[in-house]
Design a protein around this ligand. Structure first.
Ligand SMILES: [Zn+2]
Length: 235
């Protein structure tokens, strides 16, 4: 009986540990997870997840354009197929497009062939939409455990994570001023900021965006794409 209790406890702790690892922004069992880069340059990568959705993309692009800022948009393949014209619109603004999987599943308990298909179909959908630039990859929900890391390692592709994510805190998520304050306090050289401005739920984030861009610019930071940030890594 006692032995059974020990086994059950070990199993529960292992499952809990695996869940924590799958969420970690810095650890991956194989390959590389990048939450921030070490750099001497005052540069920051602003990243937006999900979509593209026609409803709010125009607002976001206008704000970026007004501030002369570039960003990286991690897009969902099935939404790219539904709105290829939005891909052109984003790329024409000088922004980078990333791969955020095809159907936004948790790429955790999934066969290797399905993981590969989720990623490769999305790359292809971006190319079909006419995008020719580099395509960084970010796992949906930031989740990765075993299959995905080995796939990424084999393809020499890092998992792009983040070190500044104000919407993760429910106390900040609906409050534009709180989001702005958090980002201005937490962002530093080499940071990767994660925001979700693409849907109704992103109203506070969209409202915060102009103050985030002006505030970080006033502090001397320059915005770069994820690929540019990786190139600026200190040797
Ligand atoms: Zn997402």
């Amino acid at each position: 009986m006692r032995r059974l209790a020990v086994i059950i406890t070990v199993l529960i702790l292992s499952a809990w540990g695996a869940l924590q690892l799958s969420r970690s922004t810095t650890f991956m069992i194989a390959g590389e997870a990048i939450a921030r880069v070490e750099t001497n340059a005052p540069v920051i990568a602003l990243t937006f997840d999900d979509g593209p959705s026609p409803r709010f993309l125009g607002d976001v692009l206008t704000t970026l354009n007004e501030h002369g800022t570039v960003a990286t948009f991690f897009l969902v393949g099935q939404d790219v197929v539904a709105h290829p014209e939005l891909v052109t619109q984003i790329a024409d603004g000088g922004h980078e497009l990333g791969n955020h999987s095809y159907s936004h599943p948790r790429l955790v308990l999934m066969s290797p062939s399905r993981v590969a298909a989720e990623i490769e179909t999305t790359d292809q959908s971006l190319r079909n939409a006419g995008y020719t630039g580099a395509i960084p990859f970010r796992p949906p929900y930031g989740k990765k455990l075993v299959i995905l890391p080995f796939y990424l390692a084999r393809n020499e592709r890092p998992a792009i994570m983040w070190d500044v994510a104000p919407e993760d805190d429910p106390a900040l998520a609906g409050d534009a001023d709180a989001i702005t304050d958090f980002v201005l306090k937490e962002a530093r050289s080499g940071s990767i900021i994660l925001l979700h401005p693409m849907y109704d739920s992103g109203a506070a984030t969209r409202a915060a965006l102009p103050a985030i861009l002006s505030g970080l610019t006033a502090r001397g930071f320059e915005f770069v794409t994820v690929s540019e940030l990786l190139d600026l890594r200190a040797p």
